[in-house]
Design a protein around this ligand. Sequence first.
Ligand code: GLY
Length: 422
Amino acid sequence: MQNSSDVVVVGAGIVGLSIAWRASQCGLSVTVIDPSPAEGASRAAAGMLAATSELTYQETDLLALNLASMRRWPGFVTDLEEATGHRLGYSTSPTLVVGADAADRATLADLAEFQAKLGLSPSRLPISELRQREPLIGPAITSAWQIDADHHVDPRRVTTALRAALCQAGARIVTDRVLRVICSSDRSSVRAVATAAGQTVHADRVVLAAGLGTGRISGIGDAVSFPIRAVHGEILRLRAPASMPAFLAGTVRASVHSRPVYLVPRDNGEIVIGATSREDENEGVAAGGVYQLLRDAQVVAPAVGELELTESLARARPSTPDNRPLLGTSANLPEGLVVAAGFFRHGILLTPVASDLVAAGLCDAQLTAEPGLDPSAAEPRSRDAAIDLTPFDPGRFGHPSLETDLEPATMPGAQHVHPSHG
Ligand code: GLY
């Protein structure tokens, strides 16, 4: 392995690949390292860009970042499609949020009121109109809301396109596992990473974007930890027979007897169904999760029972104790270490803003070191003064062994929150 780069990105999920692509666009040499590129949470994700319909009561401090990323998705798609000729399955058809019983109706109405108070625009959809728009919606569905602002994309196509873009840009994707970050002797700055295959790759900027694996990388020092936990979910892929008319026109998210389920149609006839959440040790597909998804999806659209089940998969959503991502640099971390991890339910949605912000920081550092470079690739994306990254400071969690009576100071705002709707 070539043993030095301007930047090492640890993790080749959608976020890591996007950071690497944006960084390579401003002339940086980039090495991406991952034991299974694009096989983690990005492979399972349905690809909903759902800043409104995935808002929960406990996560309002994430809303501005989510909305900033929603605004960047069209430009991200155009850039990547133009760079590679790949189509990303990006669709701006509205998302429908539907409910089955009276409790679901009340829950969705309360949530819509909360969303509206925050300046978002859910609009009530009469049931007659819902049935005209989506004839396959079942009779047990009794309430509906339309969210024009929520869209979807195909994450598998995005990661395939990103790998092609990186290849074109001369960046390397190495299949290996980073075990450790190597710092200067005074531990003030990053120097390299060490891998399971015994390689040392030198770089003075290292981006940790390894999802769940981020918390397992050693060498960041004793004061800080990245306590990323796994929130597993099942995800199913189904295919409509050729004889069936278009299955759904857009994403349908539902509350069925207080359980969440979502159905995301692709333009190739595939339907992705998901929403289960469990924090157990089982990394495999839980039979109960598959049963729950298929049962509830058939309440939403009874014809789900006629589709061919082509894939069932389980993956972990990487989450933090306060459900906010770890994003950017931190005064508590060595210079040159950047984190983009713990995106929980919002990894696909947050990809454009996370990659722009992180890459702008990497490119700005390079511009300072080499003033002759053309800054045009990095500059426009670095000027988003409205984005306050303080709540996402990746150094906000102290090391568990140091959290005694100092806990409130070392873990600002930390709380364990398990939103039920996903
Ligand atoms: N964002 C979709 C999920 O968390 O299931």
